[in-house]
Design a protein around this ligand. Structure first.
Ligand code: SF4
Length: 336
């Protein structure tokens, strides 16, 4: 597979990942410490001059065509936009977020055409996931990509990964969302959500509207020290989602890239929390705990304390075995 760099040129570290928050979130930050922690730039704890080019998750070496990541059989991630309406301080793609391909940070039609051509030429791809940055910051590109892909018979499932509804719920284009929801029997809408305070009345109303359009609603969460590192907080989050008819799908171990390091939890602490949660939650309210193995390829499920296991090493999808000390070494010296 050809390797094509996905990182556009960085103009300056400041513009690369400055504090950027919507007025909606700015209001929420007044009342929620968790939301403040998510978005407030802390210059003492963040080194914006750190090397952000580290490719811990091997995304840049899994790029068959510009603006894509392909790590798994049958699936393709399309990074439709390299920008977001707000910058989460723990973003693991922050070397790309905020660095535009053009001034708006969106993939151009020409680049999207290349992705469509690539998918058309590979009939093993049955699922395409629109991600970013945030794909909803490129609504025209998202519509074009999905409408064109829906003409390809082998593309059976479409998926949108976004945080936009939790950052700017009033600005979600409901007409676009309604149109895209009809393109396939199964169109998945995956919300990245990390704390119950993100489930405001506006966000809840929007989730209900998306569900009514026919989306299959799922979520992804990241373990974040100081934000959601307790059984109580995550139980509250997952139960609220479950009650809303949204299926908690994945919870990730955070990765140590540049400013994210202060949010990264000890993996054993995460396992303890997940074991407690498994004892307390319905299976449908319980997400899979996964780790994108640094230095390897793809995410694997982290076992709970219900099993006795050797946590000293793990194999990726290609059979490559990586020890936990290997990945700590990979993370050391990267960023700050
Ligand atoms: S919305 Fe996602 S891609 Fe954008 S800054 Fe937050 S974590 Fe990063």
């Amino acid at each position: 597979m050809d390797v094509i760099a996905t990182t556009a040129e960085q103009d300056s570290t400041e513009s690369r990942f400055a504090e950027k928050v919507t007025p909606y979130l700015r209001d929420l930050m007044e009342s929620s410490e968790a939301i403040r922690e998510m978005y407030q730039l802390n210059p003492e704890l963040e080194n914006l001059e750190a090397d952000t080019s580290v490719d811990l998750l091997n995304e840049k070496t899994s790029t068959p065509v510009f603006g894509t990541v392909k790590k798994y059989e049958g699936q393709l991630l399309a990074l439709l936009s390299y920008t977001c309406v707000s910058n989460c301080r723990y973003c693991e793609r922050q070397d790309r977020v905020g660095v535009g391909l053009d001034s708006a940070g969106r993939l151009t039609k020409e680049k999207i055409d290349n992705i469509i051509d690539y998918v058309a030429g590979d009939e093993t791809i049955y699922e395409v996931i629109a991600s970013g940055g945030d794909p909803l910051t490129n609504p025209k590109g998202l519509r074009y990509l999905f409408e064109e892909l829906s003409k390809l018979e082998h593309v059976k499932v479409l998926r949108i990964h976004t945080r936009f509804p939790l950052q700017n719920p009033d600005k979600v284009d409901l007409k676009l969302m309604a149109d895209l929801s009809q393109l396939r029997e199964a169109v998945y809408f995956s919300l990245h959500i990390d704390h119950p305070d993100e489930l405001t009345p506006k966000a809840i109303k929007l989730i209900a509207e998306l569900k009514a359009m026919g989306y299959i609603m799922i979520t992804q969460t990241v373990f974040l020290k100081g934000i959601n590192d307790s059984v109580e907080t995550l139980k509250d989050l997952f139960l609220k989602l479950f009650e809303l008819g949204v299926r908690p799908y994945y919870i990730y171990h955070g990765q140590e890239v540049t400013s994210t390091r202060r949010f990264v939890m000890d993996l054993d602490d995460e396992v303890n929390i997940m074991t407690d949660l498994r004892n307390q939650l319905s299976g449908l309210a319980f997400p899979q705990h996964v780790i994108d193995i640094p230095g390897a390829s793809g995410k694997v499920v982290v076992p709970s304390n219900h099993w006795s296991y050797d946590s000293g090493s793990v194999s990726d999808f290609k059979g490559k075995r990586v020890t936990t000390s290997d990945w700590n070494e990979i993370a050391q010296g990267k960023g700050h």
